[in-house]
Design a protein around this ligand. Structure first.
Ligand code: SF4
Length: 355
């Protein structure tokens, strides 16, 4: 049987080219795009402003995939974890983090991850495969529908996803091509229409690919830093041996972004590893010529990993040193820990690392 083309793998430009390849004018591509992500639309026959013959062509050649209902786990603190089974049986996870004024969805970009950061459970899974653009955007569609279909699911936040962070399973820049297509769909008005400034892509430090994010999208950049020198980063994040901290900082300095924008540096405090006054001073020095904000993250301990979280008092002392150096520095408390949905805890059961 002929394999059908999943139209949710195309951004608008690609969709127009595809529709043209079917002998249709470009505007039909824009028309199809405006239907593909509408809640409740599951069939081409619902796209009522398309000619019947064209809908027939689409039915014969194309599909637009949607996820089956995800497995849902709720945390005591309001976070919800969505376990999603992909067409090949692999599992991914997305996490909804509600606050009174916003709903942030943390999405995955790969099944597993090849980066092996030593404090992260996802890293222990190994790399399984990249997600397609449709598998990235369908996480958003799935959770959007969950919020809309059952108002009681809105928890404490608004009834829609307001912010997206690429901090789930995987290293987004190792899936750059599909990431950029998905960002284009997510931000496109006829797609999911989420403003670029509400989306953050986080990388562990694939220095040569950082620029591409700024050149091809308007989203925010976050760097998982977790250490202010090569010695610490080498221990925590093997990627630092390939792209040492000097290369990473240079890529950040050269990151194309508007004047008022800043790069977010994520720094997980690990007891006795990277949380001393000296570490804070080094961090302050390291970032001195980069427009940035700093998030200090509370570590989620795991019995299978050797690290311990830093005390509240130490965290505040670390923050104070950075504040005195005029940084915007926030302490992010861990959320979703009771359902293994917190940062570095996503390691969906049911995957193995054979492709
Ligand atoms: S922290 Fe991110 S990049 Fe590192 S292993 Fe975990 S998922 Fe991969």
């Amino acid at each position: 049987m002929k394999k059908k083309t999943d139209l949710r793998n195309f951004n608008q430009e690609q969709l127009i080219s595809y529709v043209e390849s079917l002998g249709q004018p470009a505007f039909r591509g824009r028309q199809v795009m405006s239907w593909l992500y509408r809640p409740g639309v599951i069939a081409f026959d619902q796209m009522t402003d398309l000619a019947k013959e064209f809908r027939q062509v689409l039915n014969e050649n194309c599909i637009f995939t949607q996820f089956d209902t995800p497995q849902i786990e709720r945390s005591n603190d309001g976070c919800t974890k969505f376990g999603i089974q992909l067409h090949d049986g692999k599992m991914i996870e997305s996490v909804l983090i509600p606050e009174t004024d916003r709903n942030t969805l943390c999405v995955s970009s790969q099944v597993g991850c090849a980066m092996k950061c030593s404090f992260c459970l996802t890293g222990t899974m190994g790399f399984v495969r990249n997600l397609t653009p449709s598998e990235i955007v369908n996480q958003v569609c799935s959770v959007r529908d969950f919020l809309q279909e059952e108002p009681e699911n809105n928890l404490i936040g608004p009834s829609a996803i307001t912010n997206l962070v690429f901090m789930g399973m995987g290293e987004p820049l190792n899936n750059l091509e599909n990431l950029l297509i998905s960002l284009s769909i997510l931000t496109e008005q006829k797609g999911l229409n989420i403003a670029g400034r509400k989306i953050t892509v986080s990388t562990c430090g694939i220095a040569p690919k950082i620029r591409a994010i700024g050149e091809n999208s308007s989203v925010n950049l976050a760097i998982s830093l977790h250490g202010a020198n090569n010695e610490i980063r080498n221990k925590l994040m093997p990627i630092n041996r390939t792209y040492p901290i000097e290369n990473l900082m240079q890529a950040c300095r050269e990151f194309p972004m508007p004047k008022r924008k800043r790069i977010m540096f994520e720094y997980t405090l690990l007891k006795g590893i990277n949380d001393s006054d000296e570490d804070a001073k080094q961090l302050s020095q390291l970032l001195s010529d980069i427009p940035c904000k700093i998030n200090l993250l509370q570590y989620n301990e795991s019995p299978s990993l050797p690290y311990k979280s830093t005390s509240r008092t130490r965290t505040l002392a670390f923050q104070e040193i950075l504040r005195k150096a005029y940084y915007s520095v926030f302490i992010r408390n861990s959320r979703g820990g009771d359902i293994s949905a917190a940062c570095g805890q996503l390691a969906a059961k049911g995957n193995n690392n054979s492709i």
